[in-house]
Ligand binder design. Structure first.
Ligand SMILES: *[C@@H]1O[C@H](CO)[C@@H](O)[C@H](O)[C@H]1NC(C)=O
Ligand SMILES: *[C@@H]1O[C@H](CO)[C@@H](O)[C@H](O)[C@H]1NC(C)=O
Length: 215
């Protein structure tokens, strides 16, 4: 291997580290200005002189989300959308409530690694590695256990205890994003053509008309 190739490789590694998550802030803070008409990669900063303590505040994470829905879970997000002071800081959090047997369905955060701890209950968690292995990695978590979902990988959680369960998650982006697999594949707007899904999933096209009607 030539020296220049080595240096190129080194540069590439350095760059991918620098761009793997939210960019590092170049000032104390950059509180998001929701009124700005300027579009940048993220949100523009509000005048620092106008920044208030409330820009860094969220209240109510002690409150349970309503889990009376089809999946039996509820995610209360605390991202830049709720706390403008998180802008550019590369971090956010969430509270996840689970009804008995409730699931947080398979989903991925395109911009964040997630670290989750169980506050109450027993939760089965899992994630799937990328192609070609698609290895499923699962664990049963008890209260106090901490588990990591690597950035971008499809993951899920299920309450396998008898009562309600609660987890708190930290995420390595102020705007982690969520792609819920079933919603994206079967509930896109407009629909992905049934013949495409039928071939991708290797089943009859009629199966998809039925699934798509539910999303
Ligand atoms: C989650 O809970 C909140 C607060 O109870 C509720 O307003 C919201 O509709 C719930 N979301 C879902 C998807 O059930
Ligand atoms: C929870 O959501 C369900 C379905 O939307 C609703 O009927 C119920 O009143 C809500 N419960 C609370 C405590 O808000």
């Amino acid at each position: 291997m030539s020296a220049s190739f080595l240096i190129f490789g080194l540069l590439l590694t350095t760059c991918s580290i620098a761009f793997a998550s939210d960019p590092s802030p170049l000032q104390d803070f950059c509180v998001a200005d929701p009124k700005s008409q300027v579009l940048v990669n993220g949100l523009v900063c509000k005048d620092p002189k106008l920044v208030q303590a409330d820009d860094f505040l969220f209240r109510g994470l002690h409150l349970m989300g309503n889990t009376s829905n089809n999946v039996g879970s509820n995610v209360t997000q605390v991202t830049v959308a709720q706390v403008p002071g998180l802008n550019t800081l590369g971090i956010s959090m969430a509270r996840i409530d689970f009804a008995p047997m409730g699931i947080n369905p398979p989903h991925t955060h395109p911009r964040a690694t997630e670290i989750l701890t169980v506050i109450e209950g027993r939760i089965l968690v899992g994630f799937v590695t990328s192609n070609p292995e698609n290895r499923l990695i699962t664990k049963v978590l008890q209260k106090g256990d901490v588990f990591v979902f690597p950035e971008g990988l499809i993951h899920f959680q299920k309450n396998i205890g008898h009562g309600y369960a609660v987890a708190i998650a930290g995420l390595s982006s102020h705007n982690p994003g969520v792609i819920t697999i079933a919603n994206a594949v079967f509930g896109s707007n407009p629909d992905i053509a049934g013949d495409i899904l039928a071939k991708a999933f290797q089943v009859d096209v009629k199966v998809f008309d039925k699934i798509q009607s539910k999303f």
